[in-house]
Design a protein around this ligand. Sequence first.
Ligand SMILES: *Cc1c(COP(=O)(O)O)cnc(C)c1O
Length: 451
Amino acid sequence: MNDLLRAAAERASRYLEELDARCVSVSPESLARLTELDVPLPDTPTAPADVIRMLDDVGSGATVATAGGRYFGFVTGGVLPATLAANWLAGAWDQNAASAVMSPIGFAIEEITQGWLVDVLSLPGEANVAFVTGATMANFSGLAAARHAILQKRGWDVGAQGLFDAPPVTVVVGEEVHVSLLKALGLLGLGRERVVRVPVDEQGRMRADELPQLPASTIVCIQAGNVNTGAFDPAEEICARAHEAGAWVHVDGAFGLWAAAAPERSHLARGFANADSWALDGHKWLNVPYDSGIAICRDAEPLRAAMTVSAPYLVRNTEPAPRHNTPEMSRRARSVEIWAALLSLGRSGLAELIERTCRHAARFAKGLTEAGYEVLNEVVINQVLVSFGDAETTHRVITRLQQDGTCWCGGTIWQGHVAMRISVSSWATTDADVDRSLAAMLRIAAEENAR
Ligand SMILES: *Cc1c(COP(=O)(O)O)cnc(C)c1O
């Protein structure tokens, strides 16, 4: 075991060391080598050392260099050193964080991390936290709590009775709602399309003045950090309107809500603490390894009621246990990496991570604008949308940039305009990475515009 783990650690260290020098995307040669893994399931064992050698020799080259400093696709964080090391140690522990009796350390770290999170995000101190796989499941969990609470007020136990014959629930979303939230609504029987869509402004912010009359049995879903522009819905106004009507407000804050932890950006998150439930990712802006999401609820009871299970073999149902708050029962101790991130960064380090990545985004926007290209959004946090001319030209620049391999950016369509998306979410991105990437973008864009 000892030699095997040392060898794996050495390979992992070498992988990270070589990351800066290699192409961010996967080379055709590395892609072709993947067929080497496609062998028939062997009848006899393979030595663990050979398993790891094969994984590294063939697999490492076929990874996208998202752990490096020049990957700007989707919204993708890297891995902070302390979080990767904590992940390795916790892997050796192999704890099941379902309950305190199965893992005292898993339970203790969840309790501590929960307190740190609501503190650093300026959310209500009594809020209840569930550590899940990502913002999709965090949205699911927050909305499950909302569904329970809204229907309970009407005398309906949705967990026991289901949704057939239940009183109707109205779900309000912005026109710019993230697809994962709609997916969560579908899973919960609330319907992906059975929603009231509220118009948005030119940055994608829900227009509070366009909110319809809200029946009491309503869930209003707002957003902290639009996946394209990074914009924040006007939470203060919407929460006030919703709560006046007796509605529940759920926040999809997958990456954007982390702005609350940076003093210079926290004004953007104003009013979001007035909501009833929140969903965040750990694996995006907090830079912890996949997969990691966080659901937070103002009141403990609706989340617990939606998720709890009990059986004679599960000890006492009153025992404190994370499984009462999560969709999963058995679960790795995934709060360990979030704990390690927050401890290693501290309040100031987290604020600086958020600020630094936002500054990098602003530098991209400035460099692109100065070169004559149109930045389509107000760069309020870490997201930049840029057009390199007509749709065709922008598409070609994106494709060539991805092939070039200096950095990686994806495309999108923003309010009818084809754009390249730059999301600076990694702790590892340096000023030099921004310079190198910007130079590649400008070189390729100039060539494509000269064609
Ligand atoms: C990424 C993202 C999600 C989905 O998160 P996963 O971690 O992929 O499940 C939801 N909402 C927003 C705004 C996002 O950026």
